[in-house]
Design a protein around this ligand. Structure first.
Ligand SMILES: Cc1cc2nc3c(=O)[nH]c(=O)nc-3n(C[C@H](O)[C@H](O)[C@H](O)COP(=O)(O)OP(=O)(O)OC[C@H]3O[C@@H](n4cnc5c(N)ncnc54)[C@H](O)[C@@H]3O)c2cc1C
Length: 667
C-alpha cells in the first residue's frame, strides 16, 4: 500500500522531465538523504532513480526485521571462490529497495572511534576527520534516553552533548535487556577493557552501549521514513523506481551530461531512456554498483575497460579496487547455570513467552530488542601480548604480494599509505581491531575490524549488465589470520573471566580440541564469512596517485559534474557498523554539492522527456530512445515476476509493486 501523497511524488517513466538540476543515482540510504537536502531549495529539481521497489510491509519496521535480510530486498549475488576461506564462495549483501541498506539492516547504530575518521583525513582528505564529521553525525540523528529504571538497572549510559543532535534519524535503547549481560559487562573489567560511557562521541573503543535506530515505539527509523517521506510536499523532488541506471553519458569535454536508464527486468540491449542533469549527477548506488556504473561509463582501470570493449574516458585504477568489509566468525558457549529469563526462555518457557507477547502488545518488553545493544571493540594492545610482533610482521611485508593481481602501482601505493595509518591504529589504545558484540547469550561473533586484505568489484567483461565479479580476497594477508587467532584466545579468556564463572560457561565451538594457533587459524578459515554486510571502499576518497576515485569534495577525478555520495567513498573501513557513518557522509556530501552550485548554468526547468536531446554515449552503442519501450500495463495488471515477459512499465498513475517473486502488479 502506498499512500496517495507518496504516489504524487513517485513518477513513472512517462512523467519524466527531460532534465533535472540534480540526478541522484540510487534511492538507497545515502541517495535519499542527499535528495532530501538538495530539494530543500524549491527552485532546484531533483530526480532519484532507484532499481528497487518500496517495501511497504509493516514487518520491515519491527525490531524482528533486524535479522531477516529478505532476499526480495537484496541483490542476488555471491563472491568468487575465496582461496583464503578454503575456496568457499562468500555471501554478498547489497540492498535493492527504496531506502537501501537502511531498510533492511540490523539497526545497530554506532560510530567509529575518532582515530578511524582522523585516518581518513591523514590520508589526504581535509575536513573528513572526526571533528569535521561530528556536525554531520549530529545533523543526522536524535537520541532519546531509555526508561530510567532500565538504565539504572543495567547501567546503560550515554552522553548527549558530546555526540547527539536533532537530526531526522531516531535512536534509542529497547525496553529490555537480558539479565546475563551484567556478568558479561563485569567480565570486560576483569580483563582490563575500559568501559566508555558513550561510543558515538569518538570513544568507540573498549566496551560501550549502542542504541538502535528506532523511534520510541521501536519502529525502524531509516532513510525512507526520516528523509524521504517528510519531503512529500516538495514538487521539485521525484523518484523513479524499478529502473536501472546503465551509464552516465558525457559531453565532449568530459562533463557528466545525463544518465541512461532501463526498466528493471528488460533484456540487455532493450531500449533505454536518457535524462539530463543540469548541475550534477551523484552516484549513490552502493559499494557494489557505484563502481560498476563508473566502469560501464568508461571510468575505471583501463585494462578492465579495454577487455570489456568500453572506450576509456578516464583511466582510474581505483574504481572497484580497495574493497573492504568486516569478516567474522561465530564462537559459541553454553551457560550451564544460566540466569532466568534468558534468550532461550522466549522459545522454551510458555509463561515467559505469553508475558512477552502481552508486553509487546503494548510495545514493551523483550520483543523491542533487535540484534542487541552492547559492543566491545578491543584495542590490539589489550587483545594480545604479542601485538607488536604482528605489527612488525605487517610492516615487513611486501604489500603487493597479498593484493589482488589486478592492482596497479597506484593501488599498491594507496594501500601502503593506508597500511601505515592502520598499523599506527593497531598500536593505539583508543581504537579497536576487533568487535565482540554481546547481549547476554552464550554465542557471539568475532569481527575483524581492520583487515589488511583488500578485494575488488570488477565489471563482468562478458556481460557488463550482469552483477559484477566480487572478490573479497578475504583472509589472504596472514596478518588478518593472526589477529583473528589472537581474538579467539582473548574471547576464551573473556568467557572464563571470574565474573562469568557463576554462569558456568562451557565452550561449544570451536571446542577445546582446537587449541594451537594453527588449529584456530584453520578453523577460522573454514568457518568465517568474508562479509558482515559492511562492504565499502570501492570508489575511495584519496589522492588520485594513490588510486583515489573521488577528491575530498567527492567529485570524480578526470571529469566534471559527477560525484559519489555513498559508502563507496570510505577509504579505510572504520571499526563500526557503517549505517551512522553513511548518514554523516551523505549529509556532508549534500552540503558540498550545494556549495558548488553553478549559477551560470540555466535551471533545468520541466520540459517533458520528449524534448530530450540524446547525447551519444562514450561507453556503449546500444540504442537510445526517449519514448516508453512497450505498451504500458494498465492499473491492476501484472508488470513483473518470474517467467513474465510482458511490458514492465505501468500506465501513468500507477507503479509496479512487488507482491512475490512470481507476481508484481501495477497499483
Ligand atoms: C543486510 C544488511 C544488514 C546490515 N546491518 C547493519 C547494521 O546493523 N548496522 C549498520 O550500521 N549497518 C548495517 N548495514 C550496512 C548499512 O546499512 C549500509 O552500509 C548502508 O545502508 C549503505 O548505504 P549506501 O547508500 O551506500 O548504499 P545502499 O543503501 O545499498 O543504496 C544503494 C541503492 O542503489 C540502488 N542501485 C544499485 N544499482 C543501481 C542502478 N544501476 N540503478 C539504480 N539504482 C541502483 C540499490 O537498489 C540501492 O537501493 C547492513 C547492510 C545490510 C545490507
Amino acid at each position: 500500500h502506498i499512500p496517495g501523497d507518496l504516489r504524487a511524488r513517485q513518477i513513472d517513466s512517462g512523467q519524466l522531465s527531460a532534465a533535472y538540476d540534480y540526478i541522484v543515482v540510487g534511492g538507497g540510504q545515502s541517495g535519499l538523504v542527499i535528495a532530501n537536502r538538495l530539494s530543500e531549495d524549491p527552485t532546484k529539481t531533483v530526480l532519484v532513480v532507484e532499481y528497487g521497489y518500496f517495501d511497504d510491509s509493516p514487518a520491515q519496521l519491527e525490531p524482528s526485521s533486524a535479522t531477516q535480510y529478505l532476499s526480495k530486498n537484496l541483490f542476488n549475488a555471491s563472491s568468487v571462490a575465496q582461496p583464503g576461506l578454503g575456496n568457499r564462495q562468500g555471501i554478498v549483501y547489497a540492498a535493492s529497495v527504496v531506502g537501501g541498506g537502511s531498510t533492511v539492516n540490523g539497526m545497530l547504530f554506532d560510530r567509529g572511534s575518532a582515530d578511524d575518521y582522523n585516518n581518513w583525513e591523514k590520508l589526504g582528505n581535509p575536513g573528513w576527520g572526526f571533528s569535521g564529521l561530528l556536525p554531520y553525525f549530529k545533523k543526522s540523528a536524535t537520541f532519546t534516553p531509555p526508561r530510567a529504571d532500565l538504565a539504572a538497572e543495567f547501567n546503560i549510559t550515554w552522553d548527549i552533548p558530546s555526540a547527539w543532535g536533532d537530526g531526522p534519524i531516531q535512536a534509542t535503547f529497547p525496553d529490555w535487556q537480558w539479565p546475563t549481560i551484567k556478568a558479561q559487562w563485569a567480565a570486560w573489567t576483569d580483563l582490563g577493557v575500559p568501559i566508555n560511557a558513550e561510543g558515538a562521541g569518538g570513544d568507540a573503543f573498549g566496551a560501550y552501549w549502542v542504541p538502535s535506530n528506532t523511534d520510541q515505539n521501536y519502529r525502524r527509523s531509516y532513510a525512507r521514513n526520516a528523509y524521504f517521506d517528510p519531503a512529500k510536499n516538495r514538487p521539485n523532488l521525484k523518484l523513479l523506481i524499478g529502473y536501472r541506471v546503465n551509464e552516465v553519458l558525457f559531453t565532449a569535454n568530459k562533463r557528466a551530461d545525463s544518465i541512461k536508464i532501463q526498466a528493471r527486468g528488460t533484456a540487455n540491449g532493450a531500449p533505454t531512456i536518457t535524462v539530463k542533469a543540469a548541475q550534477e549527477i551523484i552516484l549513490c548506488a552502493g559499494w557494489m554498483h557505484t563502481p560498476q556504473i563508473l566502469q560501464r561509463s568508461g571510468i575505471g582501470p583501463s585494462a578492465l575497460l579495454t577487455q570489456a570493449g568500453i572506450p576509456v574516458l578516464v583511466d582510474l585504477p581505483g574504481v572497484g579496487s580497495n574493497l573492504q568489509d568486516h569478516p567474522a566468525i561465530g564462537i559459541n558457549y553454553r551457560y550451564q547455570t544460566d540466569i532466568l529469563p534468558n534468550q532461550a526462555s522466549l522459545y522454551t518457557n510458555a509463561t515467559f513467552q505469553a508475558w512477552a507477547a502481552q508486553q509487546w502488545a503494548q510495545r514493551k518488553g523483550p520483543s523491542s530488542m533487535g540484534v542487541g545493544n552492547a559492543l566491545a571493540t578491543v584495542p590490539f594492545p589489550l587483545l594480545s601480548p604479542t601485538y607488536q610482533t604482528t605489527i612488525d610482521k605487517a610492516k615487513a611485508q611486501n604489500a603487493a604480494s597479498y593484493l589482488p593481481r589486478t592492482y596497479t602501482t597506484e593501488n599498491i601505493n594507496g594501500f601502503i599509505a593506508q597500511r601505515a595509518l592502520i598499523l599506527d591504529s593497531f598500536g593505539r589504545k583508543d581504537n579497536g581491531v576487533v568487535e565482540i558484540p554481546f547481549s547476554g547469550g552464550g554465542g557471539t561473533s568475532l569481527v575483524l575490524e581492520k583487515p589488511l586484505s583488500r578485494g575488488t568489484v570488477l565489471l563482468n567483461t562478458a556481460d557488463r549488465y550482469a552483477e559484477p565479479i566480487i572478490d573479497y580476497n578475504c583472509n589472504i594477508n596472514p596478518v588478518d589470520s593472526d589477529v583473528l587467532v589472537a581474538t579467539v584466545k582473548f574471547a576464551r579468556r573473556w568467557y572464563q573471566a571470574p565474573s562469568q564463572q557463576r554462569l558456568t560457561p562451557v565452550e561449544q565451538s570451536p571446542g577445546t580440541s582446537i587449541s594451537s594457533d594453527a588449529q584456530i587459524a584453520s578453523w577460522a578459515a573454514n568457518g568465517m564469512t568474508p562479509s558482515t554486510a559492511h562492504g565499502c571502499g570501492t570508489a575511495a576518497m584519496a589522492p588520485r596517485e594513490q588510486a583515489g576515485v573521488v577528491s575530498a569534495n567527492l567529485t570524480v577525478y578526470g571529469v566534471t559534474g559527477l560525484s559519489v555520495g555513498d559508502i563507496s567513498i570510505i577509504p579505510i573501513i572504520p571499526s563500526t557498523h557503517p549505517c551512522a557513518t553513511v548518514y554523516a557522509i551523505a549529509e556532508k556530501a549534500a552540503d558540498l554539492i550545494k556549495s558548488r552550485y553553478d549559477s551560470s548554468i540555466p535551471p533545468a526547468g520541466s520540459n517533458p522527456i520528449s524534448t530530450t536531446t540524446v547525447i551519444s554515449s562514450t561507453a556503449s552503442s546500444t540504442t537510445t530512445s526517449v519514448s516508453p519501450t512497450c505498451t504500458p500495463v494498465s492499473k491492476y495488471g501484472q508488470c513483473d515476476g518470474q517467467n513474465y515477459s510482458g511490458c514492465k512499465i505501468c500506465a501513468s498513475g500507477s507503479t509496479c509493486q512487488y507482491s512475490n517473486p512470481w507476481y508484481s502488479q501495477c497499483l
